[in-house]
Design a protein. Sequence first.
Length: 144
Amino acid sequence: MILLNIIKTRIAKLSLLMMGLILASSCTYLEPPYNLHKLKEAKTSHKDYNIQDGYVAGGYDVVAYFSKRVKRGKSNLVLRYQGVKFKFSNKVNYTAFKNNPQKYTPQFGGWCAYAMAKDKKVSINPETYLIKNKKLRIHLLSGT
């Protein structure tokens, strides 16, 4: 009985490993600078932003990324900028954004930066990001 459980556990782990390898092989890794230098970032209007759950960056605190922290914003700390809403995890970040929103606003309206380099708008995983040239770039997958 114990041997059967060990075999089942190993088969389950092997299955997960194989699924991960299949998924990884279907992803493309592109070394920086992602060909993003070819993109010219136009003035962003509210319709150009990637809004997930009603907020830019899926409600994550865009200022916190610059401290190498990924934090969800709080519903009582919300600012509107260019017609869209941003959430913040604390009053310090709220104030920092309010004083300099251009510094913290994600590039490409918060759409996946890698996909934008290929002229596609793809949603993001708010926990996958890169700070490049003092600009926040949010991605769908890590390594992109």
